[in-house]
Write a protein that binds this ligand. Structure first.
Ligand SMILES: Cc1cc2nc3c(=O)[nH]c(=O)nc-3n(C[C@H](O)[C@H](O)[C@H](O)COP(=O)(O)O)c2cc1C
Length: 143
């Protein structure tokens, strides 16, 4: 059995990352995530990261292990983790966008835990996920 899970974390860069560093990171991430069926988004502001990922449990664990082992960032803090019946954002490939500092701050302080929906199959999106979707919109810009 290989169910779906999602997770969201924040972290801080260990050194200033140039657009080229970020592009390299994203290319590598997109290739690996693609092999694992993992999708999501990465928001950043001056070395503060917030990444949302969803995919099959095994693939998500492999991706998160690479993320945890990356020397490019530190202070990983999980905002959300759990099981899913189906992807919340199936259209999100690993897009990335630079956002305002206030966006990272408001996302960091939002409530992230999902609520089960007594009236239907789809989960009720947590305020954090709703904010993330509002800020990320349908942009799939790079770096
Ligand atoms: C903020 C951040 C997000 C990352 N996201 C991913 C990811 O989604 N998937 C992945 O495989 N690796 C991710 N990584 C890890 C790096 O992509 C990877 O360790 C680095 O690019 C080295 O890749 P390489 O082994 O191909 O040289 C992330 C690293 C950081 C700092």
């Amino acid at each position: 059995m290989n169910s779906l899970q999602h997770l969201c974390y924040t972290s801080n860069a260990t050194r200033p990352l140039t657009p080229v560093d970020l592009e390299r990171l994203l290319v590598s991430a997109r290739v690996f995530n693609g092999t694992q069926g993992v999708t999501g988004v990465l928001l950043h502001h001056d070395g503060s990261f917030l990444q949302y990922l969803e995919g099959p449990t095994d693939g998500l664990q492999r991706v998160y292990q690479r993320i945890q082992e990356s020397p490019l960032h530190t202070d990983l803090f999980e905002l959300l983790g759990g099981w899913l019946d189906e992807r919340v954002f199936p259209e999100w490939q690993m897009g990335s966008t630079r956002v305002a500092e206030s966006t990272v701050l408001s996302l960091r302080h939002a409530s992230w835990q999902m609520l089960s929906n007594p009236y239907g199959h789809h989960p009720i999106l947590s305020p954090g996920l709703l904010l993330l979707r509002a800020h990320f919109g349908f942009l799939q810009s790079s770096v």
